[in-house]
Design a protein around this ligand. Structure first.
Ligand code: WT7
Length: 628
């Protein structure tokens, strides 16, 4: 296995060398309280904390920086304004190269204050949940920060979710206010966000305010004068000053829904101080971010990467963060690299699925750009295939940018296993070593974490018991990641994917139970089982086995109807690659579907192992014969 050295670029101000770094890591494990107490000085506090950490995994009560008071928006915006107000906070690039804009820290401050006042004028106060259903526009980041400023808890819902999925999330978090946009274009696709909100709100009668960024300037037919407000009309009437709410360290900052192994998505809850500190420190350390550098993460703000590493982490460090509304292959395959040249991006962070799409198009679209500004690259969302890693390294980075393969989860708030730019030697395909304060441990090939870290989720909204059961009770006193992993002789970690019923389609997390539940919602379907199969571009894709009710005829029309049903209940990204109609599914004698076997059948793996516990082994042969 080829290993790449850490010192690929000249470090202007190296805070530590490898030996000092290792000593710091050792301290973070031996004396986490001392370590994080020191790190906490990087935040601005209204009132100092009293206790670094307390709590227990058993009870699921985790508290960092008890007694401290601060505001996340203050830390991301206000404190930079006085001395560095003219520096760029956000650079925005639209769907086409013709649309772009920027916001300095001073401009961001004004925009956030006005929206915060607008929210207040609509009765939103500390602790209220606000749903953000937006495309990748500046106003999305502004909305998150405006919520943080007044202590409202944002719940960002990815724009690719359907109106049904949106309605479920609005209801679960009991949001009464929604911030959205009328319609957006991604590549050649139009996404009717406001229309989806209107549809969702037929089922959520408590919502009293919808604030709409009018992008397309088309009048919306279903405008509801009592409820709907044009974003800029509302905001322009507001005072430009809005004090920051003093938040307790453990007050909720946001909820972000993600999929688990049941049909019901989990509202992952993060709190103010620990989350902000962890995203801030991990961003700076891992990318070795230097003042003045331009950083671009391609993730959508609807996912945790967009929260921690488009908005909170970078802005807390006074970085310049690029927001891109488009897609990698529109107008052409050079789009990403043209943007890198246009903004002279130094740090570029993306997902393996995007890289695979681009790699398949060959080197030409890359070679037509310079990319000389790049210093550091990143990858996230799923394991990166070594050959894609090599391409990223040699072709995109010209062989002189280290690649940070960052392993983490919505639940972890920030990077847990990751290289450190300038410090960690790299192996293509390995997320390498744990970050400060993180003690991984392998239990029967599954990855657990020994002790709490500041960015750890604190609860599942409205379901604290599910938090304890899912994450903290699988193995006593350890956090359960749900990922498989192994460690090599150098101690490097190799993540192998989920061990539960979560599927990563193009890096998007989908629960097999959610897809199954959408399938059985069709009145013709009796039962469904969904597994993942490898996909050259998406990483994984979905393979569904469907049993129809008696007298129902398996047709292609029915297949498309089922796909539409999934689009309607979840979103287009969750639509299966294959739907195989079956008469029966392999079950244990107690009636449990044997997914392990279905996974093998869908993957064309003939070595089915022990099938003696099956109620009816014959079913298997029929399934194999009919495999798609
Ligand atoms: C799951 C978490 C973390 C932000 C984006 C996804 C997989 C994530 C890597 C990586 C291998 C990875 C894991 C994890 N994953 N990054 N670098 N190498 N696998 O967040 O939607 O909560 O998904 O993504 O399976 O558990 P998420």
């Amino acid at each position: 296995m080829h290993c790449y050295p850490a010192n690929l670029y000249h470090r202007k101000t190296a805070p530590y060398d490898k030996i000092e770094f290792d000593a710091l890591y050792a301290q973070s494990i031996q004396d986490p309280a001392g370590f994080w107490a020191e790190q906490s000085k990087k935040l601005a506090w209204f009132q100092p904390w009293e206790q670094v950490f307390e709590g227990s995994f058993e009870k699921g009560d985790i508290s960092w920086f008890r007694g401290g008071k601060l505001n996340a928006c203050y830390n991301c915006v206000d404190r930079h304004v006085e001395k560095h107000g003219d520096e760029k906070a956000l650079l925005w690039e639209g769907n086409t190269p013709r649309e772009s804009s920027s916001l300095s820290y001073s401009e961001l401050y004004l925009a956030v204050c006005q929206l915060a006042n607008a929210l207040k004028s609509r009765g939103v106060t500390k602790g209220d949940r606000v749903c953000i259903y937006m495309p990748m526009i500046m106003e999305a980041a502004i909305a998150m920060l405006a919520c943080a400023r007044i202590g409202a808890v944002h719940s960002v819902v990815f724009g690719g979710f359907s109106s049904d999925a949106l309605a479920n999330r609005i209801t679960d978090a009991d949001c009464k206010c929604i911030i959205t946009a009328d319609e957006t274009e991604r590549g050649t696709k139009k996404i009717p966000l406001k229309k989806n909100v209107d549809e969702a709100l037929k089922h959520c009668c408590d919502v009293h305010t919808v604030i709409v960024v009018n992008q397309s300037q088309k009048s919306t037919e279903t405008w509801n004068d009592d409820r709907d407000h044009d974003y800029y009309t509302l905001v322009s009437q507001q005072p430009t000053c809005c004090p920051c709410e003093e938040m307790d360290a453990e007050d909720p900052l946001f909820i972000l829904y993600t999929s688990g192994s049941t049909g019901k998505p989990k509202g992952i809850l993060h709190t103010n101080a620990g989350y902000l500190l962890y995203s801030m420190v991990s961003f700076q350390t891992v990318f070795d971010y230097q003042p003045g550098e331009v950083y671009w993460c391609t993730a959508d703000i609807g996912w945790i990467t967009g929260h921690s590493y488009v908005v909170y982490g970078p802005l807390a460090n006074r970085a310049t963060s690029v927001i891109f509304a488009g897609v990698p292959n529109y107008p052409d395959m050079s789009r990403y690299w043209q943007i890198v040249d246009k903004y002279q991006v130094n740090i570029f962070y993306t997902a393996p699925t995007a890289l695979r799409t681009l790699m398949a198009a060959g080197d030409e679209p890359v070679k037509s750009t310079w990319r000389t500004s790049l210093r550091c690259l990143g990858s996230v969302g799923e394991p990166i295939n070594p050959e894609v890693w090599e391409w990223y390294f040699h072709v995109i980075g010209n062989g002189h940018c280290p690649i940070m393969d960052t392993w983490w989860q919505t639940e972890t708030g920030g990077f847990l296993i990751t290289p450190i730019a300038g410090i960690t030697n790299l192996k293509p395909g390995s997320a390498t070593l744990p970050f400060f304060g993180i003690q991984p441990t392998l239990v029967e090939g599954e990855l657990y974490i020994e002790a709490s870290w500041p960015g750890q989720m604190r609860s599942i909204y409205n379901d604290h018991q599910r938090f304890i059961t899912t994450y903290l009770s699988q193995v006593k006193n350890k956090y359960c990641t749900g990922d498989g992993a192994h460690q090599d002789d150098d101690g490097y970690y190799w993540l192998t994917g989920r061990v539960d019923d979560v599927i990563k389609v193009s890096g998007h997390r989908v629960g097999s139970a959610e897809v199954e539940s959408a399938l059985v919602d069709d009145h013709r379907v009796a039962e469904a089982a969904v597994v993942s199969i490898p996909h050259a571009i998406k990483g994984e894709s979905i393979y569904a086995f469907v049993i129809l009710k008696q007298n129902q005829i398996p047709t292609d029309t029915l297949k498309s109807a089922l796909k539409d049903q999934i689009k309607k209940e979840i979103g287009a990204f969750a639509v299966p690659e294959h739907i195989q109609f079956a008469n029966d599914l392999p079950k244990t004698r107690s009636g449990k579907i044997m997914r392990r076997l279905l996974r093998k059948i869908a993957n064309g793996d003939d070595d089915l192992g022990d099938i003696s516990t099956l109620a009816d082994p014959d079913i298997i042969h029929t399934l194999i014969q009919n495999k798609l």
